[in-house]
Design a protein around this ligand. Structure first.
Ligand SMILES: *Cc1c(COP(=O)(O)O)cnc(C)c1O
Length: 373
């Protein structure tokens, strides 16, 4: 028997979350962002749940190839564009749309020999200061692209730094709107947080026309995978998002502690009285965050329990007090949905580790057998 740990990808939840994002931006088309191997879900496993999207957005050419191999003939967008001229040949061959965020990428396009002009998404740095042309240089970049025979259609793109937080998106929106006012082309602005929080809001109506969140394409990633982009301000359930990944394992050993006994490396947890401890076949080498400490929530037979002591490479230990009947072989849910329907949001576990749901999903280890259900 293989070690009792398994991840399950929930196809129906992916479908639901995608519908939810459509509802949040009813006039936009939806890119399902599937970078980082569909946020750790596996592109091939997630595909069935996401095929209702209008397009797939990702980073790697190899991921684009995998999406095409699934039979997808619709739009695919490379969110960081190409990294060398040769990549443009694959863009032509696989019919990929790609982001253009710097002069070097325009140089590459100018060098690319093709008679199939490509669709590009010209990215503005509207304040995040990561990728993109400054508002002052944006128009010149657009003009340069527009003159290239290699370029077919130019769409306009930016990315928000604070869509999930107090600062919000109004300032970046205003910058983007002002600098693109009379430029033709489709727009794409919003990630999950912006789509959920501001999807239907017309911000700063005093701004020049066009300064609303309404855009032609939205780019949700994390929300599609059932994690709240602004946790703990909102939970996934509050946004009506369902978990798409369950990490489950079993108890493979039980210990009974007396007052003063400790558990695991560093003896970081010491029992105050008699305590049954379940040893679970899941550790940091499976992708469970090592930064979780005593008190991190975990479900045993679908009942809320707490992790105690340090996370080891292959095991964690849990306090079985709430489930006296638990023992060898009992189901443990590290995040996601238990057999009895109880849900442990991935965001709560991430929070206990001082990180975000994104990181936990993406870090699911190769060695964990994963199935789509
Ligand atoms: C990753 C990414 C997204 C999706 O972000 P979420 O917060 O997961 O919704 C959208 N746009 C770009 C450019 C990205 O890199």
């Amino acid at each position: 028997m293989p070690r009792p740990i398994q991840a399950t990808i929930h196809t129906e939840a992916l479908r639901h979350n995608l519908r939810r994002m459509r509802q949040a931006a009813p006039d936009a088309r939806v890119w399902a962002v599937v970078k980082a191997n569909a946020y750790g879900h596996g592109i091939e496993r997630a595909f069935e749940g996401l095929r209702g999207a209008d397009g797939f957005a990702l980073l790697d050419l190899s991921e684009a190839q995998r999406v095409r191999a699934m039979g997808w003939r619709g739009p695919i967008l490379l969110l960081e564009g190409v990294f060398e001229v040769r990549d443009l040949e694959l863009c032509s061959r696989l019919d990929l749309w790609h982001t253009v965020h710097c002069e070097e990428q325009i140089d590459m396009l100018a060098m690319h020999k093709t008679n199939l002009p490509q669709r590009v998404f010209l990215k503005m740095n509207s304040g995040m200061n990561r990728l993109g042309f400054s508002p002052e240089r944006y128009r010149a970049a657009w003009t340069r692209l527009n003159a290239l025979p290699q370029v077919d259609e130019i769409s306009l793109m930016t990315h928000f730094s604070d869509a999930d937080g107090a600062k919000g998106v109004a300032q970046q929106m205003a910058v983007f709107a002002r600098a693109t006012l009379d430029l033709p082309g489709e727009r794409t602005l919003s990630n999950s947080a912006a789509t959920l929080r501001f999807g239907e809001t017309a911000l700063e109506p005093d701004l020049a026309a066009g300064a609303t969140m309404a855009s032609d394409w939205v780019r949700p990633g994390i929300a599609v995978y059932g994690s709240a982009p602004d946790f703990p301000a909102h939970s996934a359930a509050q946004w009506d998002l369902r978990p798409t990944m369950t990490l489950g394992a079993k108890i493979i050993g039980v210990q009974t502690l007396q007052a003063g006994d400790s558990v695991g490396y560093g003896s970081s947890f010491v029992a105050e009285g008699p305590l049954r401890i379940g040893v679970v076949a899941c550790g940091y080498a499976d992708g469970y965050p090592r930064h979780c400490t005593t008190g991190t929530p975990v479900l045993v037979a679908g009942v809320p329990c707490r992790m105690v002591g340090r996370v080891s490479m292959d095991m964690i230990t849990v306090d079985l007090s709430p489930v006296p009947a638990a023992g060898f072989g009992t189901e443990v849910t590290l995040w996601g949905q238990a057999a009895n329907g109880a849900v442990l949001p991935i965001d709560e576990v991430a929070h206990a580790a001082g990180t975000v749901g994104y990181e936990l999903m993406c870090a699911l280890a190769q060695r964990v057998p994963t199935v789509a259900a």
